[in-house]
Ligand binder design. Structure first.
Ligand code: B12
Length: 345
């Protein structure tokens, strides 16, 4: 049998040291995924529903694909390279967009594999195609599904991205990797800590309550009853991961917002959407678009009672999409004025 051990060094050349493989089959959690969609927990992410057939049959993306190499890449300790430093932004989003740099690494590796095995096909993804990535990584033995639904590894926690290469190569390992058993035990810190109650028991996350969904994915304005729970979270949320005991080693090294967010928020609200897109091009923040970033800024200003931005907020009162939210922010600012005035003797 041909040895594939040398692939380890091919992967290492691309800085990919955490990897495994799995025969390519129907995802183990497909029924769970469908049930989640049936409950409409995906909100407006319609693509998650539309992608069911491709997720269920991976060979629709690469006919005759037999195996997948699965890679994980840490992001927890990266430095904030964004043009804003004082906003509370999820760790994964504080650097160049992984859809660019991680995908690039994977594409280069695909080219190397193709030259080694010209008779075979290789196609790479990271959050870029209809692939149930956590399931694939689970099958490859790279971690277990945590109660926060993230894939967790005992040594590395969960602050890593997942990427994969589908291949027509039959990876001739005698035995497929064994999935990692559950190590959450009776711990329920993520469920308790989620400010919006988005995490249900049995490893279910209701995205329509998740702060990440509202600040990154949704084009809409979040419902009033959730807004206060966002606190100062500007883009994404790491709470269910930072309270996780398996992330203890990395969480103290993550960079929190440095100082007062006022000037960063002012810049976001007073710049044109075009300018914001240019400023955040190539970073995960561009996904929300200028309007989405302004929406997020209005919520933080209301929650943190940033009176210095009252005039800037008032400019949005007649905005067709953000007017209602701007009024909510103004109400928050005047509520806190009333409280402050009352407590003054
Ligand atoms: C849509 C999406 C979101 C949505 C919904 C997330 C969710 N939990 O459903 C939102 C916008 C909220 C989101 C947030 C985040 N996301 Co996201 N997201 C995705 C995306 C595109 C699809 C996920 C999906 O299909 N969700 C539907 C649910 C049902 O599936 P799932 O989340 O994969 O959960 C699986 C397991 O939990 C398991 N499972 C759960 N319970 C049970 C029970 C049984 C019995 C079984 C068998 C299985 C099982 O089955 C599910 C399906 O396989 C993937 C990329 C991809 N193509 O897969 C990235 C991805 C999941 N996201 C990722 C990241 C980094 C994040 C954030 C950390 C970003 C942030 N800081 O804001 C948060 C984490 C929030 C969280 N706790 O999940 C990474 C996760 C890496 C990891 N270590 O797990 C992925 C894989 C992207 C990547 N390529 O790295 N995300």
């Amino acid at each position: 049998m041909e040895s594939f051990d040398f692939l380890k060094s091919v992967f290492a050349n691309h800085n990919l040291s955490h990897w495994s493989w799995t025969p390519l089959q129907k995802p183990l959690s497909m029924d769970f995924y469908k049930a989640w969609i049936d409950k409409s927990y995906h909100g407006d992410m319609a693509y998650l529903k539309n992608h069911i057939p491709q997720k269920e049959t991976p060979q629709t993306l690469l006919p005759k694909a037999k195996s997948a190499f699965v890679f994980t890449m840490d992001y927890g300790l990266k430095k904030n390279t964004l043009p804003v430093k004082n906003l509370n932004i999820a760790a994964y989003a504080q650097d160049v967009d992984y859809h660019l740099w991680f995908k690039d690494i994977i594409n280069k590796l695909c080219a190397d594999l193709k030259s080694l095995y010209p008779q075979n096909e290789f196609i790479g993804f990271t959050d870029s195609s209809p692939v149930l990535e956590r399931d694939l990584a689970y099958q490859a033995g790279l971690g277990w599904f945590g109660k926060n639904t993230c894939l967790i590894d005992r040594k590395r926690g969960s602050l890593f991205f997942i990427g994969e290469i589908y291949s027509t190569l039959a990876y001739p390992q005698a035995k497929s990797p064994t999935p990692v058993p559950d190590h959450c035990g009776t711990c329920d810190r993520c469920i308790v800590a989620c400010p919006t109650g988005a995490i249900e028991p049995q490893r279910v996350l209701n995205a329509t309550k998740c702060i990440s969904y509202w600040t990154i994915e949704s084009k809409k304005v979040p419902p009033i009853e959730l807004r206060e729970q966002f606190s100062d979270l500007f883009f994404g949320c790491d709470i269910c991961q930072t309270v996780c005991p398996w992330n203890i080693k990395v969480r103290d090294l993550m960079s929190p917002p440095a100082e007062d967010p006022t000037e960063d928020l002012r810049m976001i609200l007073t710049s044109s959407n075009k300018t914001l897109l240019r400023l955040f091009a190539g970073t995960p923040l561009s996904r929300a678009g200028g309007r989405g970033l302004k929406r997020n800024a209005l919520i933080v200003i209301g929650n943190k009672k940033i009176h210095a931005l009252k005039n800037v907020v008032s400019a949005f009162l007649h905005d067709p999409e953000l007017g209602e939210l701007a009024q909510w922010t103004m109400d928050k600012l005047s509520d806190s004025c009333k409280i402050e005035n009352k407590s003054t003797p």
